[in-house]
Design a protein around this ligand. Structure first.
Ligand code: HEC
Length: 164
């Protein structure tokens, strides 16, 4: 084989490599364009709110102080009713071990003299047969307060009447 033929072979190889690369590039570009069109066509038509959002963005204060305390991961805000159903119901629905029963005003009333805060504190630390936080250490003070308010509410006692 003469060096000329070799040269020609080489250039054929180079050309096909270039061609394949170009095709691959073209395919990639077409794929991206198709994907982009897909995304664009899924964006709903502007009903004027986009401009409004843009205006709000433009006139919003430069800095904002973050007042929200970041929650620890996984924490979910439960309502008083949810906390009650999850934990407190075990004892306070039937009144086992002398737990003041939900619905029984005469059992709750003597305890109300200490106010909601007093009740919350005793639920936090536990009192006699009542375990701290009802036995669920994941509960927060707010959870207990909400759950107690819920129990009082279910008993027909206005929680704010006990506010102290
Ligand atoms: C394992 C049973 C049990 C569970 C669960 C339980 N409690 Fe109690 N709780 C008691 C008992 C028993 C008492 C009465 C204690 C006493 O005064 O001798 C009581 C009393 C209380 C009182 C009255 C405290 C006071 O100062 O008189 C509050 C408020 C209370 N529980 C809230 C809760 C809340 C809120 C939950 C759920 C988060 C809960 N409890 C879960 C057993 C339980």
């Amino acid at each position: 084989m003469s060096s000329h033929v070799l040269q020609a072979d080489k250039s054929v190889v180079t050309t096909s490599v270039a061609l394949v690369s170009a095709l691959a590039l073209l395919a990639t570009v077409l794929f991206l364009v198709a994907a982009l069109i897909g995304v664009i066509s899924r964006v709903p038509a502007d009903d004027g709110s986009r401009k409004q959002v843009a205006v709000i963005e433009r006139i919003k204060p430069v800095a904002r102080i973050a007042t929200a305390v970041p929650k620890p991961a996984g924490e979910v805000k439960l309502t008083g009713q949810e906390v009650y159903n999850k934990v407190c119901v075990a004892c306070h629905a039937t009144g086992v071990m002398g737990a003041p029963k939900v619905g029984s005003k005469e059992l709750w009333e003597p305890r109300l003299t200490q106010g909601l805060t007093g009740l919350v504190n005793n639920a936090l630390s536990g009192i006699r047969a009542m375990p701290a936080k009802g036995g669920d250490p994941s509960l927060t003070e707010a959870n207990l307060r909400d759950a107690i308010s819920y129990m009082l509410d279910q008993t027909g006692i206005k929680a704010d009447a006990t506010a102290k």
